[in-house]
Design a protein around this ligand. Structure first.
Ligand SMILES: [Zn+2]
Length: 321
């Protein structure tokens, strides 16, 4: 943007200089045949005055054009894929004096997995807003603080400052109700989450998060990871691995304007070949499980506790340490 403005400014300056030069030339030329131009040139002694007066009659038209042209880049300077707010720190994830440095190594932190939160659908993967709020309440009462998945993996791998009871909330598939239903409830508790997007689902209608909603969540401190290009079971066809794994990272980073460093295996399914591919491209791979204990060896199949419609509050409480 800066470059564009500078360019615009330079161009404007260049145009003005050429106009001045042209005006001088014209002024000089008009002296010979006489006429209107000759009058200003005739008052020649103070050179500046001559230039000013000569230029003025020629400026109105070109100046209008010049300003319009130089403003264009300013007006169109918001490219779709540069969500500026994403880099700003978020209050929820900012360390407080209560945060302690966690040395590299094993860490206990539940990672929850949701798909849908709404009151319209009644399938296995849809949690009602009432259940979701009750679950968040339990987490808040137990003193949990949400952290981005990137912080969890950094803490396990390298060591990092962490709140006393860290928790990661994740949503798979990028469903729109994550924004319309879950996000307002999470805000009530000061929680953030990480969302795993399927690249080929993006911009495909009302049921998936829109680009604007994603930008807003990014600005609110949420994180996004890859959930593959097409949500296929990766162990079924290794010839698609590069496309599903590596290309998804490239596409998402273009789309989000941020780094994408984690991958969630579609259906939680992987094997050694798939995991190798994910290791080559990402810094962590998320799977399914019931454990809240993470170690440097589990970073490419991080256990996530899946919360379903059938999960009662008692079940939920039992799942969370
Ligand atoms: Zn999925």
């Amino acid at each position: 943007m800066t470059v564009r403005c500078k360019r615009g400014g330079l161009w404007l300056a260049a145009v003005l200089v050429s106009l001045v030069l042209a005006a001088c030339e014209l002024g000089g030329w008009s002296v010979l045949p006489g006429g209107a131009g000759g009058i200003s040139a005739a008052a020649a002694p103070p050179v500046n005055a001559a230039v000013t007066e000569t230029v003025t009659p020629f400026l109105p038209e070109p100046v209008t054009l010049t300003l319009t042209a130089s403003r264009t880049p300013t007006v169109t300077r918001t490219p779709r894929h540069s969500p500026t707010p994403s880099s700003s720190p978020t209050p929820e994830n900012t360390p407080t004096p209560a945060w302690d440095f966690h040395p590299a190594g094993e860490l206990t932190a539940p990672v929850l997995l949701y798909h849908h939160v709404n009151d319209q659908e009644s399938n296995l993967y849809t949690v009602t807003t009432t259940d979701f709020r009750n679950q968040m309440k339990v987490l808040a009462e137990r003193g949990y603080t949400t952290i981005p998945i990137s912080l969890l993996l950094r803490a396990v791998r390298d060591g990092a400052p962490l709140p006393p009871k860290p928790l990661v909330i994740t949503f798979d598939d990028g469903n729109r109700d994550v924004y319309t239903r879950a996000y307002p409830i999470l805000q009530e508790f000061g929680f953030t989450a990480s969302v795993y997007l399927v690249v080929n689902y993006l911009d495909r209608g009302e049921s998936i998060l829109s680009h604007e909603q994603i930008d807003e969540l990014l600005a609110a401190g949420w994180e996004f990871g890859s959930h593959s290009m097409s949500h296929t079971e990766l162990t079924r066809d290794y010839s698609n691995l590069w496309y599903e794994v590596s290309r998804s990272r490239y596409e998402l980073e273009e789309y989000l304007g941020t780094d994408v460093i984690t991958f969630a295996y579609p259906y939680g399914v992987m094997d050694t070949v798939v995991q190798r591919s994910v290791r080559e491209t990402f810094e962590a791979g998320l799977g399914l499980g019931t454990s809240s204990l993470h170690t440097p060896d589990s970073l490419f199949y991080l256990s996530r506790i899946e919360v379903r419609r059938s999960t009662s509050l008692a079940d939920f409480k039992a799942l969370i340490p």
